[in-house]
Design a protein around this ligand. Sequence first.
Ligand code: FES
Length: 217
Amino acid sequence: MTKYRRADPEISRRKFINVALGTAGAVGGLGLVTALAGVRPPNRITAGKVPAIEGDILVYAEGAQSGQPLKASDLTDKITRAWPQGKDKDGKPVIKKDEPNNLLIVFKFPPAEIVAPTDLKGVQDGVVAYSGICQHLGCQVGDNPSKPETILCPCHSGAYDPRAGCKVIGGPPPKPLPQLPIKLDAGGVMATGSLNGPYYGLTESDWKSLLEEAKTI
Ligand code: FES
């Protein structure tokens, strides 16, 4: 009986590049560029790129406290930017800032102001977290000085309501900012799961694959 072995991804990749190089000789430089554009290195994510997962703590992404754990008591109804921090295989802390789409925005509102479609199970004491990257074309969202109850994407004026699941309330974004479920832990903020939908640029299916791949890191 024939036995099948899982292909070594590095060998497959090298084979593919060799084929691409051979093909390029026949069809010209553009063929090479096109072929190589589709080559993804094996193990394309690293501990610094893995999406936020349960148990990650959130750390400040900017300012004097950059890299330090968020203090829940310092959060406000304005944006605080944060990165998830997980651990590598050796248990060493890793801030997941090598993937720009891992950027988060975190708020603290009076709890009664937070309404559906926010996932209230992922909110504690008015603290709520979302992806900080616009779902239209991937710009960073920011506070909206002229309409402070909303947040605004500066690129094409996309607007979201952070008290209502970051649903879209203006402009071209096609869907809400995904929410990161959190809980408060030792005065800080800890993820209790992953974003409840794909961050910018990924389909649902790609997102699921990425989360699966993340388990192998
Ligand atoms: S990138 Fe945000 S509205 Fe276009």
